[in-house]
Ligand binder design. Structure first.
Ligand code: FPP
Length: 237
């Protein structure tokens, strides 16, 4: 019953996985899986703003994905570029603010320019923050924060005694955002793969065998419904 349901998650993270296997099952090149995967990105972003989820984090490209063949990397970047070009107006209209998690200086010039255009165009969004992990790794994010803290201390601008979770959090890509409530991973893999390691300390996990190109609004809502039955204690009783 609806009245038994607990609060909606404020922050949902998704490790979008299984594009390659989806294509292989159909005898298609991996790129078809990624292309279909982008359609689900759009469906899920739309569903998230329909449900008024204030923070959605999607893992699009990891610091480890550079090990893939250059052709596949190029294809992923082209898909990201066309997503930004095609849907930027819709994101702005729905007051979505884009935030990139990861070091975009390593991206090719065209992708970087389009990402910067999208960051700029959506900068006034106040309904939903859409975090996209691009050249992102959770360990890398933590190491960068630590490096920043060390240099502030070295310059005498920070007393090591004053380092706390609030300060640490303010140096992450998710500055000023709440931690992850719900982490979703489709495709049957039961691992975290270096995604939002700091932010997921108390998140609820939801796994499914569905491959990302088959991950529709119904599956997304099933994950949220399951989350709303969970008893979150945060270490308390
Ligand atoms: C994992 O599937 C998926 C990726 C590495 C890429 C995810 C990216 C997108 C869906 C497109 C990004 C675009 C936007 C607009 C954010 P896999 O290739 O690892 O699949 P497999 O495990 O079955 O091989």
């Amino acid at each position: 019953m609806d009245s038994d349901k607990k609060a909606m998650p404020k922050h949902i993270g998704i490790i979008m996985d299984g594009n390659g296997r989806w294509a292989k099952k159909r005898g298609l090149p991996r790129t078809y899986g990624h292309k279909e995967g982008v359609k689900r990105v759009l469906d899920i972003v739309r569903e998230a703003y329909r449900l008024e989820i204030p923070y959605l984090s999607l893992y699009a490209f990891s610091t480890e994905n550079w090990k893939r063949p250059q052709k596949e990397i190029d294809n992923l970047m082209i898909l990201l570029q066309s997503f930004l070009v095609k849907y930027i107006d819709e994101l702005v209209e729905n007051r979505v603010k884009l935030n990139i998690m990861g070091d975009i200086s390593a991206l090719d010039g065209k992708t970087r320019d389009l990402v910067e255009m999208a960051l700029d165009r959506t900068s006034n969004g106040d309904k939903m923050i859409l975090n996209i992990g691009l050249n992102y790794g959770g360990q890398d994010e933590i190491v960068r924060a630590a490096r920043r803290i060390a240099s502030l201390a070295q310059e005498g601008e920070l007393d090591p005694e004053s380092i706390d979770k609030t300060l640490f959090q303010s140096l992450l890509y998710t500055k000023d955002q709440p931690p992850l409530d719900l982490l979703i991973r489709p495709s049957g893999e039961l691992r975290v793969s270096n995604f939002m390691l700091y932010q997921l300390a108390y998140s609820e996990f939801w796994f499914s065998n569905v491959l990302w190109p088959d991950f529709d609004e119904g599956v997304f809502n099933a994950a949220i419904d399951d989350y709303r039955t969970r008893d979150r204690r945060f270490g308390g009783l």
